[in-house]
Design a protein around this ligand. Structure first.
Ligand SMILES: [Zn+2]
Length: 304
């Protein structure tokens, strides 16, 4: 009896051992399989995580810092200004499709083409175009007059008058700074397309010009600001903003888009945007009580 029982026991205790051996063999086989195909397997697993982190930083890092300064600069802009008015006025975000369809944003072909961008009285509106006009007498505005590191340019005469105005204001305890000046056709095109992509083309059209239709392309126009009031309607309420509204004409500068003129100009109130048209014409324009574009419409224009 005892021997029989022992035999049964040893048989029973042997079975689990066999199972364990089988399992171990399977594990070893699986491990060997994984090991031999490790390249293929890890290529799948590793590729996405490894590639993504490696690629993103290099791309983002250089782009962001580089774009930011220009954003405030190239400007026409009106990044900040863009935020308020458009958002309020353009609830219908329905305009987005056209923006996407027509990212080129070139001005309508029907607009009148100006023949001479050098003319200080050239009528630059949404119904006219400078084409790809480029000034030939640009000078660089000194860093001390700028709000940002970006250096801007103006045509020589406009700069001299801006400098005189800036110094006299400073002597009177009034400080303001340049946040944008000359912008090329190409710069304006990039800027407008960025705004159109973000806000829709129709909204962008109210605070930014299409290429060929910006007074900044003339090289006689500046955006002025103080910290905290950059491209913002609030600038008009600051001491420098009020000083400029009252005195800029004495140096030949006119606020192109004053408050309440949107129906005439097509642009929002831009108390920061001043265009040089010469001291005599600036005085006459102010005397007339006309908006700048209305005044210029009465002046001889050179069309192509
Ligand atoms: Zn401007």
């Amino acid at each position: 009896m005892q021997q029989q029982q022992q035999a049964v026991r040893s048989q029973a205790s042997r079975r689990p051992n066999v199972l364990i051996l089988l399992l171990l063999a399977l594990l070893v086989a699986a491990a060997l399989t994984v090991y031999s195909f490790r390249d293929t397997i890890f290529a799948y697993w590793d590729a996405p995580p490894v590639d993504t982190p490696v690629e993103e930083p290099p791309v983002d890092t250089p782009v962001a810092p580089v774009e930011e300064p220009p954003g405030s600069d190239p400007v026409d802009a009106e990044p900040p200004a863009a935020e308020e008015p458009p958002t309020v006025e353009e609830p219908p975000a329905v305009e987005k499709p056209p923006a996407a369809e027509n990212p080129a944003a070139d001005p309508p072909a029907a607009v009148r083409q100006l023949a001479n961008g050098d003319d200080l009285l050239a009528l630059v509106t949404k119904e006219t175009s400078l084409g790809k006009y480029e000034p030939t007498d640009l000078v660089t505005i000194p860093a001390e007059m700028g709000l940002y590191d970006t250096r801007y340019q103006l045509r020589a005469e406009a700069y001299q008058q801006l400098r005189a105005m800036w110094e006299e204001a400073r002597d009177a305890g009034v400080d303001f700074y340049v946040t944008s000046a000359y912008r090329s056709y190409a710069t304006q095109k990039r800027l407008f397309n960025n705004y159109a992509a973000k806000h829709g083309e129709k909204a962008a059209n109210k605070f930014s010009a299409r290429p060929g239709q910006s007074e900044h392309q003339l090289g006689t126009t500046v955006d002025l600001a103080v910290p905290g009031h950059v491209l913002a309607s609030s600038f008009g309420g600051t001491t420098p903003g009020r000083w400029l509204a009252e005195n800029a004409y004495r140096y030949g500068f006119i606020m192109s888009y004053p408050e309440g003129s949107t129906g005439i100009t097509g642009y929002i109130y831009e108390p920061w945007h001043f265009r040089y048209i010469g001291v005599e014409h600036a005085a006459a324009c102010r005397e007339s009580g006309l908006i700048l574009c209305q005044y210029l419409e009465q002046q001889p224009q050179q069309w192509q």
